[in-house]
Design a protein around this ligand. Structure first.
Ligand SMILES: [Zn+2]
Ligand SMILES: [Zn+2]
Length: 472
């Protein structure tokens, strides 16, 4: 078997090279080659700066490389020392957006996207990619077992994406299911009044994963400095989380809020045996499909009690010395993630919905929960306005609709202020940060601080899975 075939097996028996989309659509880009690169035909280019503009569906280059090209594909002559530098944006639309100049190891591909736009792709060895992702997510103070945990889930998640792309695992449904829920008799709904959306990663056609939070935040090699982090990752080289012999689609989010969520609340209506709801505390590994210890958070009163009087949970952590070890600087600005409150002015909320969803409901007069997942996260919420009403889902669309950026989570209850028929404002009281499916990053970090090993952490969050070294 060739190296390439071994890398394409599922799970792979050699380290794969992956295509990461760095910039998806841009009219031009400036790339600085630091080192000598080669075309497939052996022609050399660099070091130096190349300015590329997409014109009439062709790549027009100036600087260290001149001429017009249909695509550009450059390999470093010395992969360990060559790098290229370009500007990219991370955290698009989320509250931590920032722009940085970033450096990358591996190959560079520029593709024409349409007549006037190009796409920038980094072809990088999987372990290099994983190292960068972990270093963006976690700082050098993070406990070693938490770093190892993340290395395995990043690798597994990525391999699961590759499997999907290659059609080795059935594609999950992407958008617009038929709502099966009883929407109630309270109001007559116009035909457009249901909007259920979610985003899956198979949206990418020209590359395997993108570089921002939609997939995993990837910032090139700028953040791979700490030997503690890179050593901990290297120790797990080739180790993959498997379920029934396949790489697990190991989803994770910042903080579950006390109970993790099942896959269906955030994405397609498919049951994934290892992405199920479970309490984030010791001894909570559920029997398959059933956990008697799970509170009934789909019921409003039980959820209220759970929000007001939080249970013991790994992520119910207010120890600043631990949080400082597990959160990057810009995440510490948002320390109230386990329980939080947001006040929404009713008139402003109506404007927000019109802006974010493009549907004008008028001033909001009620927010009515329709369906919740087992962690209490709303899967469908009815927005009642003075002129119209709309049912929105799934969890990310709800978070997007009711915030200038995104609400921390959709695990919230709603109280109104002012007259019942025409409230002045809504008070959202919520739990957790993110979709809550799979591993809870804060919880995992707390477990690691308690001396629990990464294999045990992984089987806590992904029941029924095992860690296997697939390549060395
Ligand atoms: Zn993506
Ligand atoms: Zn948690």
């Amino acid at each position: 078997m060739t190296n390439n075939e071994a890398a394409k097996k599922s799970p792979p028996t050699r380290e794969p090279i992956i295509d990461v989309g760095i910039i998806d659509r841009t009219e031009s880009v400036v790339v600085r080659l630091e080192g000598s690169y080669r075309f497939a035909d052996g022609h050399r280019v660099g070091p130096g700066e190349i300015r590329v503009i997409c014109r009439d569906g062709r790549l027009s280059c100036e600087g260290a490389l001149r001429g017009e090209f249909e695509t550009l594909e450059l390999e470093p002559e010395d992969p360990a020392n060559c790098r290229f530098v370009l500007a990219a944006t991370i955290g698009i639309d989320f509250h931590w957006q920032q722009t940085e100049t970033e450096a990358f190891r591996g190959g560079l591909r520029l593709l024409v996207r349409d007549e006037s736009h190009l796409t920038v792709i980094n072809q990088v060895a999987l372990e290099t990619y994983i190292t960068s992702v972990i270093c963006s997510e976690m700082n050098a103070e993070s406990p070693v077992e938490a770093i190892r945990t993340h290395a395995v889930i990043s690798r597994s998640w990525l391999l699961a994406q590759l499997d999907r792309k290659r059609g080795q695992v059935s594609f999950l449904q992407g958008t617009k299911p038929v709502p099966k829920v009883d929407l109630g008799q309270k109001r007559d709904l116009p035909s457009f009044a249901i909007r259920i959306r979610w985003t899956e990663r198979e949206a990418h056609t020209d590359y395997d994963v993108c570089a921002d939070d939609h997939c995993q935040r990837y910032q090139g090699i700028g953040r791979t400095g700490s030997p503690q982090v890179t050593d901990a990752i290297a120790e797990t080289r080739g180790q993959v989380l498997l379920f029934a012999g396949k790489a697990c689609d190991a989803r994770f989010s910042k903080c579950c809020g006390g109970v993790t969520e099942q896959y269906q609340t955030a994405w397609g209506d498919e049951e994934i045996p290892y992405l199920v709801a479970l309490p984030d505390r010791p001894g909570s590994e559920p029997a398959p499909g059933h956990d008697p210890n799970l509170p009934a958070l789909t019921e409003e009163n039980t959820l209220r009690a759970f929000l007001q009087d939080p249970p013991a949970a790994y992520c119910n952590c207010h120890d600043a010395s631990i949080l400082r070890r597990v959160l990057n600087d810009y995440d510490q600005a948002t320390a109230d993630f386990f329980r939080w409150q947001v006040r929404l002015d009713a008139a402003q909320a109506g404007q927000l919905v019109a802006e974010k969803l493009g549907i004008d409901l008028g001033r909001l007069v009620a927010l009515e929960p329709i369906e919740r997942g087992p962690s209490g996260r709303l899967k469908r919420l009815r927005l009642v306005g003075e002129t119209n009403s709309l049912v929105v889902g799934k969890e990310l669309e709800i978070r997007r609709a009711l915030s200038p950026t995104h609400l921390y989570s959709s695990a919230f209850v709603i109280d109104s202020e002012g007259p019942t028929e025409r409230p002045d404002a809504f008070l959202l009281t919520g739990a957790g940060w993110g979709h809550g499916v799979g591993l809870c990053q804060i919880g995992a970090a707390v477990m690691a601080c308690q001396g629990i090993g990464y294999r045990e952490i992984l089987t806590h969050y992904y029941p029924g899975t095992e860690v296997v070294r697939c390549y060395g």
